[in-house]
Design a protein around this ligand. Structure first.
Ligand code: ACM
Length: 522
């Protein structure tokens, strides 16, 4: 629709709007339902309105700014029909425009924070780095009515309450994990998820690319890993894998949304897909059968064979070349059939291999049984004593305690997907914890951030995955962003309730937990 048609439509519906607008005009910015909750919001009691004349202004000569401006325009234009353009030729913004500006000197905002000043005339976001502007843009989306997320033309008005938001995250790593090994999820599903993460200011997506049931990334020097090892999944479906080209495309898509991809190759256990693809990786030299069940802890690489280290080196060399982010994840969990005296030297050597390829190691908490190299990150999932061993060796901890953060756990006994070996995780339980006080020996300064892993034994498509991911993911996003002192379930559940409509407009098939009084409940 052209701008003139919009004006006509707006005029035609003026009578209707004038009846409803007064009660819905959002004049108090402190009442905005933003997730994650911003660090500070000060309201000034007026209204900023996007109009057919509104455009998005960015600084001249910076492609990255143009991209962020265009991202915002692409989010707002389909539903508002306002045809906002990105202006980067040095012209000054006027009434009703949005301005994105890099500045320096506001050190409190750090690399990811932003300040948003909204007056009756202008919506201005400033940040030290483009990532901060990108997060400010996510806040703009949430300040507008939920229907802005629809991709079909909606009626305005497109109003935002005036005031100032100053906002920056408490943790630098705010992540989720997708297990694409137990069931394969294709590039489109992962890109959709990346968009969903970005909307809640998450910045790290860990992909669990290999396990007993499947190998999901093309490795050119060991082609059978994907061709054979990727040919099935839990339940016997056809599985699949990412070509390196598809994988790089996902990495770029994530990078454009300020999300790093952390690829995991789990070892020495959880390796049946590799063991069935190459006999020489097995103790005894005989390939195993492909596996489509859900048991764990039965497979191991031959930790005493040099071929194994050639394999590890080749795989991590190729993955390092595909990974602009700093981390490679080596797994290391549940290697129940690897003797401890074999496991420790194996993990020590694999750390050296990853480091030689210029990357930082992340591993599940068992890796702290080995001698950790500097800069290693221990992902706490099961045993606090392991994570503490990591801290005592100087490692940082990534918090994924299974009893709180495993997003594949059922909500309650009636959940249609999920497991419950770590307990039920209702939406309140998943929200109501503080990474920095869960284990007394693991303090705020030891923690790099939080990650919610979605193991995929019980979910095989986007809708099933979303049932477990949402609404809990929003809570994990908030735990990673908002200081614990500013969070409470009683207040959060009201904001979450308002996000029901928003998630629906975003096309998210979320679980309507009875712990939340969803707005517009059907
Ligand atoms: C894990 O859940 N085995 C890390």
């Amino acid at each position: 629709m052209k701008k003139t048609d919009i004006i006509t439509t707006a005029l035609a519906s003026f009578a209707l709007l004038s009846m409803t607008a007064c009660s819905t005009t959002p004049t108090d910015m402190t009442k905005a339902n933003i997730i994650p909750k911003p660090v500070s919001v000060t309201a000034t009691g007026e209204t900023f309105t996007l109009t057919p004349n509104s455009d998005i202004y960015v600084q001249e000569g910076m492609d990255e700014m143009l991209n962020i401006g265009q991202y915002l325009a692409d989010k707002l234009n389909p539903s508002t029909g306002l045809e906002m353009k990105v202006i980067s030729d040095g012209r000054k913004p006027g009434k009703g425009d949005i301005l994105l500006e890099l500045s320096s000197g506001d050190s409190l905002l750090g690399d990811e924070g932003y300040e948003m000043v909204v007056t009756g005339k202008l919506l201005k976001i400033t940040a030290n780095k483009p990532a901060g502007l990108f997060y400010g843009v996510q806040t703009v989306r949430q300040l507008l009515p939920a229907k802005v997320e629809l991709t079909t033309l909606q009626e305005g008005p497109w109003e935002i309450p005036t005031g100032t938001i100053r906002d920056y995250p408490v943790y630098s790593y705010r992540g989720a994990m997708r297990d694409v090994a137990r069931h394969f999820f294709g590039p489109d599903d992962i890109k959709t998820f990346i968009d969903q993460m970005a909307a809640f200011k998450m910045n790290a997506l860990h992909l669990h690319l290999s396990d007993d049931q499947g190998w999901r990334i093309e490795i050119k020097s060991w082609p059978n890993l994907a061709l054979h090892g990727g040919s099935t999944e839990v339940g016997g479906g056809e599985g699949g894998y990412y070509t390196q080209e598809q994988y790089s495309d996902i990495v770029k898509y994530a990078q454009d949304r300020y999300i790093i991809i952390i690829p995991e190759i789990d070892m020495p256990g959880h390796t049946n897909a590799a063991l069935s693809s190459y006999p020489e990786l097995n103790i005894g030299g005989k390939a195993t059968e492909l596996y489509t069940g859900i048991k764990v802890g039965f497979s191991t690489l031959d930790t005493k064979s040099e071929v194994t280290y050639k394999f590890v080196d080749d795989v991590f060399r190729e993955l390092a070349a595909l990974t602009p982010g700093p981390y490679l994840h080596i797994g290391g969990d549940e290697s129940h059939v690897t003797k401890l005296e074999d496991y420790i030297p194996f993990i020590n050597r694999v750390q050296d291999i990853v480091t030689a390829h210029g990357k930082q190691v992340i591993g599940w908490d068992e890796i702290a049984l080995a001698t950790l190299k500097p800069d290693v990150i221990v992902q706490y999932w099961a045993r606090a004593d392991n994570a503490i061993k990591g801290v005592n060796q100087g490692a940082k901890v990534l918090m994924s305690p299974s009893k709180y953060a495993y997003i594949d756990m059922k909500y309650d006994s009636t959940s249609i997907y999920g497991l419950n070996w770590a307990g039920f995780i209702e939406v309140d339980h998943g929200y109501n914890w503080d990474p920095a006080s869960l284990v007394p020996e693991i303090k705020r300064d030891n923690i790099i951030g939080i990650e919610a892993p979605l193991w995929a034994e019980t979910v095989s498509n986007r809708e099933e995955a979303e049932y477990l991911l949402f609404p809990r993911l929003l809570g994990y996003a908030e735990i990673g962003w908002t200081p614990a002192e500013q969070r409470s379930w009683d207040e959060y559940k009201l904001r979450l309730a308002a996000h029901g409509e928003r998630m629906e407009a975003m096309g998210i098939k979320f679980y309507r937990s009875s712990k939340v009084e969803w707005a517009g409940q059907k």
